[in-house]
Design a protein around this ligand. Structure first.
Ligand SMILES: [Zn+2]
Length: 457
């Protein structure tokens, strides 16, 4: 009998673990909740003037010709700096048009984002905000997704061109936007994507037939796996947050310099989204809590016909990923709804953690290498401890029962409410763990934003 080499076995485990069936593709549910805190001082109205709302078409009409060389250089940068970069086909190089509709279409194609992306003029409102008398957009006007609990729970204020808005609100709203369908359906084996000719190749992992799974390789960064894992599952090298961040950072910087601050801050928020995604440990380590020898052993069992262990690992990782997001989202949303504020004595710890900045100076200044060498490494290194804490602190069924599917078995589960019944020690441990992650989220967000702010005088 021929024995399968380890790498082949590992591919099957990893491929299944990363299949869209079980993979929550958001990292932090509703990035705006964290961004409002993280940048509340950095982008305070006293330091950053309000900006005039501008449609994408107006921006492209004004800057189209300048964007041609800018995007050409950006493509050269990506080819030189992003490992495994799937080159943008020449046919998609941005060429400005006198026709506004065509300009928009060409721009989305040059960025290689979902041509159906809504890109409305809107702001997300804080949970608990009084919306009486406001002109709201239905949630389906901002996203291409058919279902997204955190988007469906949010309120979106419709903006008009030339209206004046605060930079912080633009960045915070935009920091959630890449989860509204911008990166969906772009791989050549996604339904209908062949016609786009985006040149990304086949979806590296996940189930290409499932809508939401297709964005994962842009929102995750598996840069710190062990060599045997890459040897076995080379597709793990094909994750591209670095490409998205640099592209949107370049556009933001250009728009800010050329007198289009609304789009400057909106692109900045898009870039920020991917930086923040990489502060989520389940986005930077493929199987938190599972050692490589254990992965190999589970696969050996699987190949001998004992599939139980593999299925358990898949369910567990996916459930814990979703459980962490559920707790963080529900807790922060509740804090906004209660209107916790910085000067109140009992402000929620997660809001404080995203905002606290005494040790910001210890965080390295952001450079293009930070994505791989610093931000993703920090959360990767926190992954096993995060996983262990979730196992210890959350209800066993939600994080360890292989028959429990998070978000389906109990669609309305609120782990923040559930934890309120736990012992004070357990609650404190959970608070410390998630606060630590939110602190990274905030500090890395500020570090990135410094690249777009004028130098301090
Ligand atoms: Zn994301």
């Amino acid at each position: 009998m021929k024995t399968l080499p380890y790498p082949v076995a590992l591919v099957s485990l990893l491929a299944i673990c990363l299949s869209g069936v079980t993979l929550p593709a958001a990292a932090w549910s509703n990035h705006a909740l964290g961004t409002w805190q993280a940048l509340s001082a950095t982008l305070a109205s006293s330091r950053t003037p309000d900006v005039r709302v501008e449609s994408l078409e107006s921006f492209l009409t004004a800057e189209g010709h300048a964007l041609e060389p800018l995007l050409r250089q950006e493509e050269q940068w990506a080819r030189a700096h992003v490992p495994e970069y799937p080159q943008r086909p020449e046919a998609l190089a941005f060429v400005a048009s006198a026709d506004a509709g065509q300009n928009r279409q060409r721009f989305l194609a040059a960025l290689r984002i979902n041509p159906q992306a809504k890109l409305q003029l809107y702001l997300q409102l804080r949970p608990g905000a009084d919306v009486t008398g406001e002109t709201l957009l239905p949630w389906s006007a901002v996203t291409t997704l058919q279902h997204s609990a955190s988007v469906m729970n949010a309120h979106f204020l419709r903006l008009q061109e030339a209206q004046s808005v605060a930079a912080l609100e633009v960045v915070a709203s935009a920091s959630d936007e890449p989860d509204y369908g911008l990166d969906l359906g772009l791989w050549e084996n996604n339904p209908g994507a062949q016609a786009l000719g985006y040149g990304f190749g086949k979806q590296p992992f996940g189930n290409p037939a499932l809508e939401y799974s297709s964005q994962a390789p842009f929102h995750m960064g598996f840069f710190h796996e062990s060599p045997i894992v890459y040897k076995a599952a080379g597709f793990l090298r094909r994750t591209y947050p670095q490409y998205r961040i640099h592209l949107y950072q370049t556009l933001a910087s250009h728009a800010l310099r050329s007198g289009h601050p609304y789009w400057g801050w909106r692109f900045a928020g898009w870039a920020l989204h991917y930086v923040q995604d990489l502060t989520q440990p389940y986005h930077t380590k493929v199987l938190p809590g599972v050692s490589v020898p254990r992965m190999l052993w589970i696969n050996a069992l699987d190949l001998m016909g004992a599939h139980g262990s593999k299925q358990e690992v898949v369910t567990r990782v996916s459930n814990r990923h979703a459980a962490l997001e559920n707790y963080q989202y529900r807790r922060m949303r509740a804090a906004y709804q209660r209107k916790d504020s910085a000067d109140a004595r009992h402000e929620d710890a997660l809001l404080q953690a995203a905002r606290d900045k005494p040790d910001d100076a210890q965080y390295a200044a952001y450079t293009a290498d930070s994505v791989r060498q610093n931000i993703s490494l920090q959360s990767h290194d926190a992954a096993d401890a995060t996983d262990a804490a979730l196992e210890q602190l959350l209800p066993e069924k939600t994080v360890s029962d292989p028959h429990y599917v998070f978000g389906e078995t109990e669609p309305e589960i609120d782990l923040f409410a559930v934890l309120a019944a736990a012992s004070p020690q357990q609650q404190a441990h959970m608070t410390d763990m998630v606060s630590g992650l939110m602190h990274h989220f905030g500090a890395q967000s500020r570090s990135f934003m410094q690249t777009l702010l004028p130098p301090k005088t």
